[in-house]
Design a protein around this ligand. Structure first.
Ligand SMILES: [Zn+2]
Length: 252
């Protein structure tokens, strides 16, 4: 390889690493991609972004893994108040690519990893979910059997059913067993979740903790069990506060 072509190759690699991906390619990565890769799709930054940058650094994210609960209630249909998947897709789960899940013993919270700056109209959210599902199904080298998350919370605070809970999710590499995955739309390394999202997330997580007897010690964010910045520093900070002794999740 001549020097020039080597430089070309290097430059291409650097560009890719630096985040000059197309929107579609970035979407393909989802929150599984370490979010250290720069966001490339310019979007209006939220007004409190500068303030967020001044917040104190987050504590280390590694958390010990306690023994799981031994009781795994059978999941049923989508919980009340959750928009069923039939409202956004007619696609079926590709069962040859997924495993069944007999119950839940832990919960993991994610962000989407993409800046949210569009319409929160239900039809726009439905389209966004459909695009995420397509990206996950067409993912290479290991395509998913459906959208990776079990539930998604949009910026208006609506909760949408993703992958049916009878199937194991695909949201934390090698740690999906009995793991209920909740994704909050947006990129919270760069944005803040909306008050409506946080209110829904708090209520929904509490409901799921009670329903599946998940203790606060088994309520995670993605970065605590995977190599990623997901769910972004602003949602991470909120999760830490809710799990602290005075927080909503610690009182369950
Ligand atoms: Zn994630």
């Amino acid at each position: 390889m001549g020097e020039e072509s080597f430089i070309d190759t290097l430059t291409r690699r650097q560009l890719l690493r630096g985040g000059l991906l197309t929107g579609a390619a970035a979407l393909l990565a989802g929150c599984q991609q370490p979010t250290r890769v720069a966001q490339t799709v310019p979007g209006p930054l939220w007004p409190d972004l500068e303030k967020a940058a001044e917040d104190p650094p987050l504590p280390p994210t590694v958390r010990p893994a306690p023994e799981p609960n031994v009781v795994f209630p059978k999941p049923e249909a989508a919980p009340a108040g959750v928009i069923p998947r039939s409202r956004w897709t007619t696609g079926r789960v590709i069962e040859s690519r997924v495993s069944s899940m007999s119950g839940v013993s832990r919960i993991t919270v994610h962000h989407e990893g993409m800046i949210f700056s569009g319409s929160t109209d239900p039809s726009a959210i439905a389209k966004r979910l459909s695009n995420i599902r397509s990206a996950h199904i067409n993912r290479r080298p290991e395509p998913f059997g459906d959208i990776g998350y079990h539930y998604i919370i949009d910026p208006a605070g609506r909760i949408w059913e993703g992958r049916p809970l009878r199937f194991q999710g695909a949201h934390v590499e090698r740690k999906n067993e009995h793991n209920l995955g909740i994704m909050v739309m947006g990129n919270f390394e760069q944005q803040r979740p909306t008050p409506a999202q946080l209110a829904s997330l708090e209520r929904f997580v509490i409901d799921q903790m009670k329903r599946y007897q998940v203790p606060v010690s088994r309520l995670y964010t993605h970065r605590e069990i995977g190599d990623t910045l997901c769910p972004g520093r602003n949602l991470q900070r909120w999760m830490l506060a809710q799990r602290s002794p005075a927080g909503a999740f610690a009182r369950i």
